[in-house]
Design a protein around this ligand. Structure first.
Ligand code: SF4
Length: 361
């Protein structure tokens, strides 16, 4: 199928919308837990195509948005140490810590470099043996295999001056955390990219323990509408289950090779999420075998407290309890060029996507 003409076909979209309208008589709340979906849903105006009975909520699916200020503070602290260079992907650079962002710290002369791959950070370590290179490991199951590959490479090649400050997170504990907080949800639109790695086995406890359906969705308008229809049908038939809409990319078993290197390098760890706090075993850190590559083992790091900016509602937005328009700072004190909270920094953050596609008022 041709991408633009096929997955954006007006006729097929209208057919799906018509079926959704016929079936969705009762109020339904579906949550997307993927920043890519948050952006696609707003970009394509999906809410405006749905009946009023269906609400789409943005969940904790944008990795930059759920990363804590204390993590940024730790990274800035490290970048100020002698002979230490902090390497990060570009999407994190503008997230504020308590007093500054990595971007501001870099402008003030701190050693912070943007890399395009975790392996670039290993190469930097090899070329600069006198420096200590710290890679900021951020993201879900999608990016964790890349970080694991970097650690394996550093281990294989005897690179001793490379370590990872990990804030990697696992999706299912957050999805369960949302339900455990009593936030009413009738179905999850599950992340496409994450599921290419993990497969779908990890969603079964959500169906079995909480009776909430999970549909792994693609990112085009037809994908999203079809996923919503699949969830509506599950609710109407009272048969929640795990389904894959995004079958052109996701297999039930996921990517075994990527899973293998994650298992080899990481172990589960408690992790802090914006809005949800610390969730048990919801993160990843290098295991005992690769401890020498864990920044927290290599450096003595001070404790930094999680303090959110005054007035910022990111925590509640990431749980689907508020929308960006309900924040008094939205579009005024907080804009993409001058973001106050993390949800306005990332192009996948709810606040930036609302600002970009739905207007700033
Ligand atoms: S608009 Fe800005 S301050 Fe308000 S919730 Fe969003 S990121 Fe936070």
């Amino acid at each position: 199928m041709n991408w633009l003409e096929g997955y954006r076909s007006r006729e097929l979209c209208e057919a799906l919308m018509s079926e959704i309208r016929q079936l969705a008589a009762q109020p339904l709340r579906f949550m997307e837990v993927c920043g890519g979906h948050t952006m696609a849903i707003r970009k394509f105006g999906i809410p405006s195509l749905l009946p009023e009975t269906i609400s789409l909520l943005s969940g904790p699916g944008c990795p930059v948005c759920v990363t804590g200020r204390a993590f940024i503070d730790q990274a800035i602290y490290l970048s100020g140490l002698e002979e230490t260079v902090v390497c990060t992907f570009g999407d994190l650079i503008r997230v504020r810590g308590t007093d500054a962002s990595l971007e501001k710290a870099r402008a003030e002369g701190k050693q912070i470099r943007i890399v395009f791959s975790s392996l670039d950070a290993v190469e930097l370590a090899k070329k600069n043996p006198e420096k200590k290179i710290v890679f900021l490991g951020v993201g879900f199951e999608t990016t964790a295999p890349g970080t694991a590959a970097a650690i394996l490479k550093a281990n294989r090649e005897g690179v001793k001056n490379f370590s990872v400050l990990s804030a990697h997170k696992l999706m299912p504990p957050a999805m369960e955390g949302i339900i455990s907080e009593g936030i009413p949800i009738d179905g999850y639109i599950c992340p496409g990219h994450v599921s290419t790695i993990t497969g779908t086995k990890m969603y079964h406890p959500i169906v079995e323990n909480f009776g909430i359906g999970c549909v792994v969705s693609g990112f085009e308008p037809l994908d999203l509408l079809q996923s919503i229809l699949m969830l509506v049908k599950q609710v109407v038939k009272r048969k929640p289950k795990v389904e894959i809409q995004y079958s052109r990319a996701v297999k039930p078993e996921g990517n075994p090779e990527a899973q293998k290197i994650m298992r080899e390098v990481f172990e589960p760890a408690d992790e802090w999420w914006r809005g949800l706090g610390v969730l048990s075993y919801s993160g990843l850190k290098p295991n005992r075998k690769y401890r020498e590559f864990d920044t927290r083992e290599v450096f003595e790091l001070p404790d930094f407290r999680e303090i959110e900016p005054n007035g910022c509602l990111c925590g509640e937005i990431l749980k689907g309890l508020k929308t960006p328009h309900q924040c008094v700072l939205f579009g005024k004190a907080c804009t993409p060029s001058n973001p106050v909270g993390a949800c306005m920094v990332s192009s996948e953050g709810a606040c930036q996507t609302w600002y970009t596609y739905e207007g700033k008022n």
